[in-house]
Design a protein around this ligand. Structure first.
Ligand code: FES
Length: 109
């Protein structure tokens, strides 16, 4: 376990991510996809397990995060990939007055 795991990390300001969008967020050497869907924030690993596509550069469509490379769709809350066994880790998110925080090391996959 790295020193970053188990800790909360500020990944954006409280309103830096528009609803219905995603952006990449870095914590140490890890890249996450920080999503905002229906006003709710969610964070999953930012590397698509198919061929390494940058999920933080994808788009939100119908509540799903769509990989920009080949279009696989992920549930931003769970990291599950629709129609495939491969999923990505999802992380707890806490929205505080000074920003959005993600806790590493507790991914669900
Ligand atoms: S790299 Fe994401 S769908 Fe292919």
């Amino acid at each position: 376990m790295s020193a970053l795991e188990g800790e909360w990390h500020r990944v954006s300001g409280p309103d830096d991510v528009a609803d219905g969008s995603v952006r990449a967020a870095r914590v140490g050497s890890r890249t996450l996809a920080l999503c905002r869907v229906g006003g709710r924030y969610a964070a999953i690993d930012g590397v698509c397990p198919h061929m390494g596509g940058p999920l933080g550069e994808g788009m939100i469509e119908n509540g799903r995060l769509v990989c920009p490379w080949h279009g696989r769709e992920y549930d931003p809350l769970t990291g599950a990939c629709d129609g495939y066994d491969e999923s990505v880790a999802a992380y707890p998110v806490d929205v505080r007055a000074d920003g959005v925080y993600v806790r590493l090391g507790t991914g669900k996959s």
